[in-house]
Write a protein that binds this ligand. Sequence first.
Ligand code: PMP
Length: 542
Amino acid sequence: MKQIDIYSLARENIRNLAPYSTARDECQMKIGAFLDANENPIGNGYNRYPDPRQTELKSLISRIKGIPVKNMFIGNGSDEAIDLCFRVFCEPGQDNAVNIAPTYGMYKVAADINNVQMRQVPLGEDFSLPVEALLAACDDKTKLMFVCSPNNPTGNAFPVAQILTLAERFDGMLVVDEAYIDFSSERSLTGYLAEYPNLIVLQTLSKAYGMAALRLGLAFGDPRTMGMFANVKYPYNVSLAAMEKAMGLLRRDVAAEVSVIKSERIRMAEALSKLPRVRKVWPSDANFLLVEVDDARGLYNELLDAQVIVRDRSKVQGCAGCLRITVGTSAENDKVLAVIGGLKPESVVERRAAQVVRKTRETEIEVYVDLDGKGTDGIDTGLKFLDHMLDQIVHHSGIYLTVKAVGDLEVDEHHTMEDVAITLGEALKKALGDKRGIERYGFVLPMDEAQAMVLMDLGGRIEFVWDVEFKREYVGDVPTEMFKHFFRSLGAAMNCNLHISAKGDNDHHIAEGIFKAFARALKTAVRREQFSYSLPSSKGVL
Ligand code: PMP
């Protein structure tokens, strides 16, 4: 255990402080008539002052983190703890502090507010911890040293052994800010509190724990340090509303959220590093990425135009050309990729729509398809039963589809059926475009008593398998033999493999089952859950 006298490091006035004390502190009564604090006695849940020691919240955090309550301080964000470090240990105008650069800006701001000189030591190559330079920057007036790990904005965590070297050799208070530790592969230093009484570890509920709005920061340290923090803080620095809400939110599965964020971090780092405007994506142990780009300010503005707000760190020492991008939801991250990838921001939700007009001597067909839309502006082919079937596609595929057809029905249904199928297939193919991001395959199992099955592969090859038998010659005004022809023409025009089988007692139901199954298969196959740069093929082309 390191030998160091914490009290002698603290300011004399703080060491000797008689802290504010409440009547409730003194009597420790839980029930009674509380006429000591000039509160409104009419209960509404919040009319009483909150527990100034945050006993319940501390014991829950103690269980979660495995750290005794006596080693814990809870503040109004970890920014409060940062400020307390100065107020407890640094004599304004006399003492000084040391930190790394670049790092979280509040250490310097808190130093300035407290009139304490901050000595900033640049990180080494590749943002490594400058252990010797940090120690060399200290003198007998250096009371605090701040090491943020994982560091903001560089994102890297420093090796525990190096931080322990600082704790060993620095004879002041070493403050290790672990705001981002839950995203890191490095260990927390909280396991070394007993060995190093000069260690203060800061954590927060604002990042991985998802409670930035509640303002709850944690400091862990020697009980003497924590005692001085408790004496100097405002008596009721954490509200009851924040404590109650946090107690509930701490019981959710934070680890699951962290793993989603970490996997998005990997996806973003990979995708970003492939984009031409990105020069370097720095490795990250945090929930953000430091990304060096061509023309950081220009890109920052482009992102702003797309309503994406990131942090421009390009003017920060060691971060020239860098933006700091927080890992967001996958949709938000997709938007970042789209903008940096040089696509219009709307292209993420760009509608996959197409209009195809086909005129022959026998028919005139107009089809409008929007794979990302819904509904119809009308289906009118002149064949009532075909209209009814195309309506099934509208309703069961969840796409937008309008079909207008005028054909030589006075001759027979053949041309109209065939040309509607071809035009619809061409429109679907055109709307699908390069097929990036789609699911590609679609299938559906038997529906209703008609037991229709449609297997679809939008991979680009054209195979048609038809295993359907009708008993009647017509369903409504459509000859049953035309259904095979319709789907063969549709599949060929769409460039897809289509396997259709159906059986049942009622030909109307069989036909309807096939159209519904086709619609469901189409719905699955064209679905584009999120913006994806990849083609759904192991070959890399479709
Ligand atoms: N430390 C670091 C390294 C941070 O980046 C931040 C917030 N950006 C904080 C502390 C502040 O956390 P809190 O919300 O707990 O005040």
